[in-house]
Ligand binder design. Structure first.
Ligand SMILES: Cc1ncc(C[n+]2csc(CCOP(=O)(O)OP(=O)(O)O)c2C)c(N)n1
Length: 659
């Protein structure tokens, strides 16, 4: 192997040697422990250490790195204390996730590391978000993120590179091309020749390097990062390497031809570098021995401490509470009594504008939201007031934009991501339910992101512009969901959602945008998340509902003056107001849960079950649900009317009264 020490001092070269030897020695020890059944699973990076170590050591300490499952060298290069690292591997509380996630699935802001989720690709966009925050704050920093050649087939890879290129984000996309994704060789993974061919296609520079040559990796990343700090832009680096062990230890290596192991064994990044330093008389055999002994002692000490730590004891309250960043909302009342008549759509816009004024760290992202003002014109005029940096048109990359929201949170920013239609959130689903929602529980990093969801049917827009999909998120701990039904609530809940440091899904019904209006305070105010509102007092039946359902129930009350409906508008779905539900059930004894979403697996099922379990003694009849048909949403108005529950509400009210 050809090493070129360039201008690097002997101290630097020796530091690199210690840097690369450490993960190798830890791994060798791990393999023994694995055989002894003392660690459960191990993804080996043996043979690939030069990439993790060379690149991590080339960056400044406060530049973020987003490693994968083979990048032990990133953690050791950032001097993560070994006792904590091993405690993490063993599921101990003294690790980085309180025993909640395994191996390398953690981040540590102290070490400027954001770890992976198992899905591999999503963190590429998180790196974009960190880089965007730096760019907006005019900090001359780069962010480094890794991808394997297999994970690069994911759509997330494309989206993250595309957005980084369009926005000129200083991200190094380091592709560790080791020829295999688990057992799948490159020729069954992709058809192109090499990853550097992709760089120009995205409009970014791309470099190919020998990933086993520590000095080449180190030098390339150092030079590239220096240039990117001055001239922010993404760069793709393809590091050619080979995985000397199985995908993980249990998977074996039978699927890899033996000659490949023989060929790559000659290119071992640790042995070759050690030999180079010995040949150049930069190290003596004695010095090598001393370094190894020191590392061995450090590793053993770390292991002893970790092994001596007991397994975590579950504390139910703590487990549940940690899904969210601790935050006690202090509702804000409007500063004056000034009010103006506003439509639902204008109330949302008003809240968003005032939140932008209140939070300079708030950034809006969405398709066509800048000069065009968004398809529903909610951000019309925002670019003139707040500038394009904070009101960002995005490419059609929902997944990446949501991941960017998480990355921005790492740097203390707030984001609002507008889905053009709530239906399109399905292509960003993974980022929301697995990354944004679980991040705080896993390693204490909150996701300060509000996702605005123009939702609902009644506009003859067919199956993909009409869906109610709040139930997808209702089932996901870690998220909050709000769903206003009036202009007053729309503004107050949006402001509250933005204030809240946790990820909030904000549903806004499109049919309400321009069909209802109300006098609402001109000043900034918030409404408490998790609090329902009784919008009509009544005695005969409680209708527990939200969104459009509130209006259907009100209309029915007008059409049936002979009965007395109590209408409870939930306003927040996660958390939802159990006390208000209990009170109304106790009052009327008869309950209908009404929602526009389809029946099966809808939120009504959960609320009905809870009422059955907790309010049984108050009930005078069965808890009923009225919801849309369990079909996709049809386009033609007569079909859509049959799909929606409005007509069936009256029938159900009559049936419950007659029960
Ligand atoms: C979305 C998703 N699909 C499948 C897997 C299972 N899986 C984990 S690692 C892996 C192979 C990854 O290969 P590559 O990206 O080349 O990285 P390497 O393991 O070679 O370092 C697979 C299929 C996963 N974790 N996530």
């Amino acid at each position: 192997m050809n090493y070129n020490r360039k201008e690097y001092s002997e101290d630097e070269l020796i530091a690199l040697y210690k840097g690369i030897l450490k993960p190798r020695m830890i791994e060798e020890r791990m393999l023994v422990l694995l055989r002894q059944g003392k660690v459960s699973k191990w993804f080996s990076g043996i043979g690939q250490e030069a990439i993790s170590v060379g690149s991590a050591m080339a960056l400044e300490q406060d530049e973020y790195i987003l490693p994968l499952h083979r990048n032990l060298g990133v953690f050791t290069s950032r001097n993560v204390p070994l006792d904590r690292l091993f405690a993490q591997f063993q599921g101990k509380k003294t690790g980085f996730t309180k025993g909640r996630d395994r191996s390398f699935h953690f981040g540590s802001n102290e070490h400027h590391i954001v770890g992976m989720i198992s899905h591999l690709g999503p963190q590429l966009a998180v790196a974009d978000g960190i880089a965007l925050a730096d760019l907006l704050d005019k900090k001359e920093k780069v962010t480094l993120v890794y991808s394997g050649d297999g994970g690069a087939s994911e759509g997330d890879f494309h989206e993250a590179l595309n957005v980084a290129a369009v926005w000129g984000l200083p991200v190094i996309f380091m592709i560790e091309n080791n020829g295999y994704g688990l057992s799948t060789p490159s020729n069954e993974q992709f058809k192109f020749k090499q990853f550097i061919d992709k760089g120009p296609a995205y409009g970014m520079d791309a470099l190919q390097i020998d990933g086993n040559n520590l000095l080449e990796v180190y030098h390339t990343v150092k030079q590239t990062a220096a240039s990117m700090r001055k001239n922010p832009r993404p760069v793709l680096i393809e590091a050619m390497t080979f995985r000397m062990r199985g995908h993980e230890e249990a998977s074996g290596t039978k699927y890899v031809p033996q000659e490949l192991f023989e060929k790559w064994a000659k290119k071992d990044p640790v042995e070759n570098y050690e030999k180079y330093l010995l040949d150049e008389l930069i190290l003596t055999p004695k010095a090598v021995e001393t370094i190894r002994e020191e590392l061995k002692a450090e590793i053993e000490e770390g292991l002893q401490t970790a092994f001596a730590t007991p397994m975590p004891v579950a504390n139910r309250q703590e487990e549940i509470a940690d899904m969210y960043k601790p935050y006690v909302q202090q509702p804000v009342a409007p500063a004056s009594s000034a009010k103006t008549e506003k439509r639902f759509v204008d109330a949302i816009s008003d809240g968003l504008r005032q939140s932008m004024e209140r939070y300079p760290e708030l950034v809006l992202m969405g398709q066509d939201i800048a000069e065009y003002g968004g398809v529903f014109k909610i951000t019309e005029g925002f670019v003139d007031k707040f500038g394009k940096e904070r009101v960002r048109n995005t490419p059609l990359c929902e997944s990446a934009i949501l991941g960017i929201g998480l990355g921005m949170s790492v740097k203390g920013k707030k984001s609002m991501v507008e889905m053009q239609f709530a239906d399109f959130v399905s292509v960003g689903f993974n980022q929301i339910v697995n990354n944004l929602a679980k991040s705080h529980y896993r390693w204490g990093q909150h996701a300060d992101v509000v996702v605005r969801m123009p939702t609902g049917a009644g506009t003859a827009a067919g199956p993909f512009h009409s869906q109610s999909n709040e139930a997808w998120f209702f089932h996901t701990p870690g998220l909050k969901i709000v769903y206003p039904s009036s202009p007053y609530d729309a503004k107050g809940l949006l402001n509250a959602a933005i204030e809240d440091p946790n990820p909030v899904m904000y549903f806004e019904h499109k049919l309400l945008y321009r069909s209802i209006s109300q006098e609402i305070p001109d000043d900034y105010y918030t409404i408490e998340i998790g609090k329902a509102k009784t919008v009509a007092e009544g005695d005969d039946i409680s209708i527990i509902t939200y969104g459009m359902g509130v209006h259907w129930a009100k209309q029915l009350q007008q059409e049936m003056p002979e009965i007395s409906l109590e209408i409870l508008d939930l306003r927040s779905l996660l958390p939802w107001d159990k006390e208000a539900v209990r009170n109304t059930v106790a009052k009327t004894g008869r309950v209908i849960i009404l929602h526009e979403d389809t029946l099966t697996g809808g939120i009504g099922g959960e609320i009905a079950a809870w009422i059955g379990e907790n309010c049984f003694e108050h009930l005078d009849g069965p808890v009923a649900r009225v919801a849309s048909l369990d079909t996709a949403i049809p386009f033609a108005p007569p079909l859509e009317a049959e799909f929606l529950p409005k007509q069936r509400l009256r029938e159900k009210v009559e049936a419950i009264l007659a029960y």
